[in-house]
Design a protein around this ligand. Structure first.
Ligand code: GN1
Ligand code: MG
Length: 362
């Protein structure tokens, strides 16, 4: 069966009342395969979202889907009273046999979500209002999940934000040098080695464990086309127990620079302070009620740490021959790493001012 046929076959197994028309790749994720699947009923077109889970990366897809099922059901119940509740939390479409996900004959796992119309994601931020809205939405996401009933969620990727372990993985990749790329990446490797001491700061800070998103990229929140409001947080694969500042940090990494994550013109990559301020205000407007003093104190620092962490993950993958993140050109992971490290420098230069702002707003 061709790839397209497999997508169609999977789409037809979900409880969707209509005739399957076709599928288009959707979004800009680096991990799963995401499609917008088109259907029609009585000649009227409509779409849904279909995703094939990357089994290379998610070793326990049943646990992952169990998490997603619980999280989406919980969020759905929390937004029940809102008039447009169907746009405010992702909703799974069950399979024809009543399951929350599909495991096909090839061992692939699929899930389908109702399409959310009148809203979209952006790969690069355009203005401070968008930054405020995104941070407010992620903060609210954490707030709603703070009352998720027990049991604890599964760790879909153990040690996901364990920066010291990410650092050790980089060292191993440097010494194995399987793809023969370490020589050419020497400046980036040096850059990373100099910053080892920051790796363990958050893990050693004795922060409370919370339900966190863990992939709070700006393009993981949908903004309403008309009002601009951050209405729905997407990409729930890594929702699991974690530390709140890591979530805030990844908003800073992905929302404050006007350039995209893989920008090659590094002069464009910079931490824009007004965007940072909008993120702090937006995040505190929703998460301010539950964050502890210690968590607040680490918000500015977390921006630096996560940018370091993702930078070394891109570098590690480059050295390993690009086995983890999808790449679309040669050297793509090295480009991504360079952009992260440029951003990290920009954050370092503004760190004191960032600290002062968080202090004054907390
Ligand atoms: C991956 O799902 P996607 O492509 O948005 C990655 C994140 C990284 C991000 C960098 C499961 O996210 O951790 O921050 O790329 N997700 C996983 O863009 O590793
Ligand atoms: Mg994502």
């Amino acid at each position: 069966m061709s790839k397209a046929d497999r997508v169609g076959a999977a789409a037809r197994q979900f409880e969707i009342d209509g005739e399957f028309v076709g599928a288009q790749p959707f979004g800009s994720g680096h991990i799963n395969d995401t499609y917008r699947v088109a259907f029609q009923r009585d000649g009227k077109p409509f779409s849904h979202i279909l995703q094939k889970i990357n089994r290379n990366i998610f070793k326990n897809p049943d646990a992952l889907m169990e998490n997603i099922q619980r999280v989406t059901a919980h969020l759905g119940s929390q937004v029940m009273d809102e008039p447009d509740r169907n746009r405010r939390a992702l909703r799974l479409i069950p399979t024809r046999s009543g399951k929350a996900w599909l495991a096909d004959e090839d061992g692939d796992y699929w899930r389908a979500y109702y399409y959310i119309s009148g809203a979209r994601t952006y790969d690069a931020v355009e203005n401070t209002d968008q930054a405020f809205q995104a941070a407010r939405a992620f903060g609210r996401f954490q707030e709603l999940l703070a009352v998720l009933p027990a049991p604890r969620l599964h760790d879909t990727i153990p040690d996901f934000h364990n920066t010291p372990k990410r650092f050790v993985a980089l060292l191993a990749a440097v010494s194995a040098d399987t793809a023969g790329r370490a020589m050419l990446a020497k400046p980036e490797i040096e850059f990373a080695l100099q910053r080892e001491p920051i790796a363990s700061v958050l893990l050693n800070a004795n922060l409370p464990e919370r339900v966190t998103h863990n992939d709070t990229k700006f393009n993981n929140v949908m903004l309403d086309d008309i009002t601009g409001e951050g209405i729905c947080v997407v990409d729930l694969d890594t929702v699991m127990p974690g530390l709140a500042p890591y979530d805030f940090g990844d908003m800073v990494r992905t929302t404050t620079s006007p350039a995209e994550e893989d920008e090659r013109d590094l002069s464009k990559v910079t931490m824009q302070f007004p965007m940072f301020e909008a993120l702090v205000r937006g995040y505190l407007s929703s998460a301010g009620g539950f964050l502890t003093k210690d968590e607040r104190k680490l918000l500015a620092f977390s921006s630096k740490l996560i940018t370091f962490e993702i930078g070394i993950r891109f570098l590690t993958d480059h050295l390993c021959g690009d086995t983890y993140f999808k790449i679309h050109r040669e050297g793509h992971n090295l480009d991504r790493c360079r952009a992260q490290f440029k951003l990290l420098e920009s954050i370092e230069q503004q760190e004191e001012r960032m600290e002062r702002l968080v202090d004054s707003l907390s």
